[in-house]
Design a protein around this ligand. Structure first.
Ligand code: BTN
Length: 289
């Protein structure tokens, strides 16, 4: 398989972006592209700066999980995001990137439709094909600390098999399409879509992003099961959609609640452990965003 990072000139030649990926650091192997991008952002890397690696020794996922991807087969990269633009809409950034990636994959994966599982997993044929990890620290009032937002993205591209522990939950383009995909072309397309969509978010166009998200959302109208961080009792309700800040709106027995962070499972998937969320259970009218 062709090395991505040894052919980074091809990426530069194909890029159609204004600034995403125009400044780039690439590596055959690193611990985590997110860790490098956070350090680089703290040192002053500008918006759109890209760290890409052909292999991560300690790829990181949400909830302190690990992200494993075979060397030379996949896309593992991190982007420094414009703090000024996105800071007012930071909660919506994971959903925004999920929309951009799902829409980029869609023409390649027909007739399979990439879907999004709240908050930001991209699924293909019912399994996870892409994960997104946002790490941020916003500027403090004393302005000594400039703040950063880093978005780490892992897309399973040409990996043929996954470790047994995740084999029933993970997939790749190769598994679904039965043929390899050009990682450089895909990365270029993802960067282009991410730039346009995140710029829209920064200019406050959350409404259209919510619509695009809900058009690809898995579980809409289904029964979601969850448990608040500080409570034992599991709760459940019908998924209504997301709000303008990317929160999951669920109609429960007690009214509409908004889940802000965490994970839900859907009842028919039959997971006995109710996943934990942070949420507000002050009822909000179902019509509110
Ligand atoms: C998740 O679904 O839990 C998020 C996974 C994010 C993985 C990507 S791969 C590139 C970047 N570097 C990391 O260490 N993690 C992210």
């Amino acid at each position: 398989m062709k090395s991505l990072t040894r052919n980074i000139d091809e990426l530069t030649a194909q890029l159609q972006t204004k600034y995403y990926g125009r400044v780039c650091r690439w590596f055959d192997a690193v611990d985590s592209t997110n860790s490098l991008a956070v350090t680089w952002a703290k040192e002053g890397a500008g918006p759109g700066s890209l760290v890409v690696a052909d292999f991560q020794r300690r790829g990181r996922g949400r909830f302190s999980r690990s992200w494993t991807a075979d060397p030379g087969q996949n896309l593992t990269f991190s982007l420094v995001i414009d703090t000024e633009g996105t800071q007012r809409h930071l909660e919506m950034l994971p959903a925004t990137l999920a929309v951009a990636i799902a829409e980029t994959l869609a023409p390649i994966t027909e007739p399979h439709r990439p879907l999004i599982k709240w908050p930001n997993d991209v699924l293909l044929a019912g399994r996870k094909i892409c994960g997104i990890l946002i790490e941020s620290s916003l500027p403090s009032d004393d302005r000594l600390h400039r703040g950063y937002v880093v978005a780490g993205i892992g897309i399973n591209v040409n990996q043929e098999k996954f470790p047994a522990e995740i084999a029933d939950r993970a997939t790749s383009l190769f598994q679904v399409l039965g043929r390899p995909t050009d990682r450089i072309a895909l990365l270029s397309d993802v960067l282009q879509a991410a730039e346009v969509t995140v710029d829209r978010l920064a200019s406050g166009e959350t409404g259209s992003i919510v619509n695009r998200y809900e058009a690809r959302m898995t579980g809409l109208g289904k029964i979601a099961v969850f448990r608040y961080v500080d409570r034992q009792r599991a709760n459940e309700g019908t998924v209504l959609g997301i709000d303008q800040a990317g929160g999951l709106k669920v109609r429960t027995r007690d009214g509409v609640v908004v889940l802000r962070a965490g994970e839900v499972t859907f009842k028919e998937t039959g997971n006995a452990d109710s996943p934990i969320v942070e949420g507000t259970d002050a009822s909000v009218p179902p019509s509110s965003s």
